[in-house]
Design a protein around this ligand. Structure first.
Ligand code: GDP
Length: 296
């Protein structure tokens, strides 16, 4: 069983009450527990290191007030720092561009890209009254385009008619053209994934970006991703240039450390989270909630 971080730190630090400022040694002992909690939450090791360093700088020398226990104080410093690193509350998809605004979804196969495409389309159409067109650019998996078409029917959003034999770049061009002619406000491009990052995938993403000129490039990533999260986010960001993150499977048992890892390496906002398989299981990102979860 995972013990609450506050209890763990209490056991280490609470006998300090009345001693004044936190010493280097007190903080080092506390940070060992913080590090353990972050690793258990699947935060990438590099990020654990830089995070604990930031906490150390804030905590060493901090005066322990009579009204709070030192353990509580360290937890508050850790929590505040986590919230700050996780980024702002209330990020949304930016549609502030001439119509049709192009959103490009990228990520590995199985991350939840197609499902998230449908969820976002539904949200924009139902809540914001936008006329949306979705297009699957996945020509590698034969069933992918059909999967998106079915999702489109389910959420009552148009999908680009399937034309056999077209390349992803050609489909992207056709989608933008169709959206322009059809008077759509938004066109969402659901790109193909791979089981792992490789050069052909990145080259394909770069080609699609060039022809479609997307206003947002959203990296869809499984929140249960562990140490690979950093590599994944960094590769997509360096090569394609993402504008935001969507983390899926936040309804699972994971503690969401990937959120911190990906945010830390890219500096890009977490815009939405997926919380289930259903089309309405998409929520705003609340850094405080994720911070609580990461701390256990
Ligand atoms: P893609 O290969 O990236 O397009 O992935 P899919 O959209 O096909 O999703 C793969 C599986 O993950 C499907 O069974 C989805 O229903 C499921 N899925 C997607 N998002 C979520 C989520 O937020 N929570 C849960 N529990 N399942 C999800």
């Amino acid at each position: 069983m995972f013990e609450n971080l506050q209890e763990r730190l209490g056991a280490i630090l609470n006998n300090l009450t009345g001693r004044g400022a936190l010493s280097e040694a007190d903080v080092a002992a506390a940070l060992r527990e913080v590090r353990r909690a972050l690793i258990e939450a699947d935060v990438a090791l590099d990020v654990v290191r830089s995070f604990t360093e930031r906490v150390r700088e804030k905590a060493v020398g901090a005066e322990v007030l009579k009204s709070v226990k030192p353990g509580q104080m360290v937890v508050k410093i850790v929590h505040d720092e986590l919230v700050e690193m996780l980024g702002a509350e209330g990020e949304t998809i930016d549609l502030n561009a001439p119509a049709p605004v192009v959103l490009m979804m990228v990520g590995l196969q199985g991350s939840g890209k197609t499902t998230t495409t449908g969820k976002i389309a539904r949200r924009l159409s139902e809540r914001q009254g936008k006329k949306v067109l979705m297009a699957s650019l996945d020509t590698r998996r034969p069933a992918a385009q059909e999967q998106l078409r079915q999702i489109g029917e389910q959420v009552s959003v148009a999908t680009l008619p399937i034309v056999a034999g077209q390349s992803p770049v050609d489909i992207a061009k056709r989608a933008v053209q169709a959206a322009r002619l059809g008077g759509h406000d938004v066109v969402i491009l659901d790109t193909a994934g791979r089981t792992h990052i490789d050069e052909p995938l990145m080259a394909e993403m770069a080609d699609i970006k060039r022809v479609a000129n997307p206003h947002e490039i959203l990296l869809v990533a499984d929140s249960l991703t562990g140490q690979d999260a950093v590599n994944l986010a960094r590769s997509f960001d360096e090569r394609v240039g993402i504008t935001g993150l969507v983390l899926t499977r936040m309804d699972g048992d994971g503690r969401g450390g990937a959120a911190l890892s990906m945010r830390a390496v890219t500096g890009k906002p977490i815009k939405l989270i997926g919380t289930g398989e259903k089309m309405d299981a998409l929520e705003e990102f609340h850094p405080r909630r994720i911070a609580d979860r990461i701390l256990g």
